[in-house]
Design a protein around this ligand. Structure first.
Ligand code: LMR
Length: 328
């Protein structure tokens, strides 16, 4: 079923991607790794393409390559610098080789919910982060939301002790690596598209991700259950190359960034609904969700939060303090 669904998605996407571009239009390739219609990023990307292709018809043409069909997140930024793709929205955990500034978003139990993330990103500190990679050739245009992370494994996870000795797939982030090590677990960085297979074959025992990714990739099918830890967040930076955005005629650039900003506002405002729907879909599909008692949750906080100390100097204690203000 998964293979058939993927094949169908590829067919539909290939059709959509190739359908609309005409001679003379600026072609914008947008590569991402999730599905197109049940995921906060996929829905936002689809809406963006729809609006660009209708409102900027004749000037600009956007092709979406979802489901890691063009690039994985570990390839896409290099491909962007080569001019082979113009837009991507990797999670904030995937920029570490370009900037350490986004490490703050990976600190466990840093933000109590996505509203706090949103407020921090809209602050002066958050907005300045979008320009933190300009010298390396990348410009952040907008932050897109996903949701809070949950943990799963091949056995029930109720206390941090349960995670000890297990192998967990992680995004390529030193903070998340340290977080798993703090649990006595073994972190294994791996591309998103490989996680289902790795869980199925036992290459890794567990993973952490948001409801929309757990549902979209069907991780619950190959895990004992999902523990609702809400211990961290996944959010995205819509990113482009400085060279490409600078090459646009100012009026075209203005129209494009205005559409992107409107799509961002609309979809970020709806992210809670997509997240809740994905959680419910996991249950409807027979997935097991385990909730923690306040005492159990506190044990995860106590086990993971010491990781902050290790990264405090790099991230800046003042930035951490500022971000914490938005939890109130
Ligand atoms: C992951 O690799 O788990 C996520 O960053 C995937 C995504 O884009 O949400």
């Amino acid at each position: 079923l998964t293979t058939a669904a993927t094949a169908l998605a590829l067919t539909v996407t290939a059709g959509a991607a190739l359908a609309s571009c005409e001679d003379g239009e600026i072609v914008v390739k947008f590569a991402h790794v999730t599905n197109t219609d049940k995921h906060p990023k996929g829905i936002a990307a689809s809406l963006l393409a729809e609006r660009v292709n209708s409102e900027m018809n004749g000037k600009m043409c956007m092709e979406i390559y979802p489901n890691s069909t063009l690039y994985n997140d570990d390839q896409v930024l290099e491909a962007m610098l080569q001019g082979n793709v113009q837009l991507a929205a990797p999670s904030l955990s995937k920029f570490e080789t370009f900037t350490k500034q986004f490490q703050i978003f990976d600190l466990p139990f840093m933000f109590k919910d996505i509203a706090a993330v949103d407020a921090f990103q809209k602050s002066e500190t958050g907005q300045a982060m979008k320009e933190s990679m300009v010298r390396r050739g990348l410009l952040g245009l907008e932050f897109w939301h996903n949701g809070m992370k949950q943990m799963s494994a091949k056995k029930p996870l109720l206390t941090p002790e349960d995670a000890k000795g297990l192998k967990f797939r992680v995004q390529p982030s030193d903070v998340i690596v340290a977080q798993m090590e703090a649990l006595g677990a073994s972190p294994q960085p791996m591309a998103f598209s490989e996680v289902y297979g790795a869980l199925q074959t036992g290459v890794v025992d567990g993973q952490e991700n948001t409801w929309s990714n757990i549902y979209g990739q069907k991780f619950f099918e190959v895990q004992d259950g999902i523990t609702e830890t809400n211990h961290g967040i996944i959010d995205y930076l819509v990113v482009t190359s400085v060279d490409w955005i600078d090459s646009l005629d100012p009026a075209v650039r203005e129209q494009f960034t205005t559409i992107l900003s409107e799509v961002t506002d609309a979809r970020n405002a709806a992210v809670g609904d997509v997240d809740a729907a994905a959680r419910q879909s996991v249950l409807d599909a027979g997935g097991v969700i385990r909730e923690l008692t306040p005492e159990q949750r506190q044990m995860w906080v106590d086990a993971m939060k010491p990781v902050w100390q290790k990264f405090e100097d790099g991230i800046g204690a003042d930035n951490i303090a500022k971000a914490q203000e938005f939890n109130n």
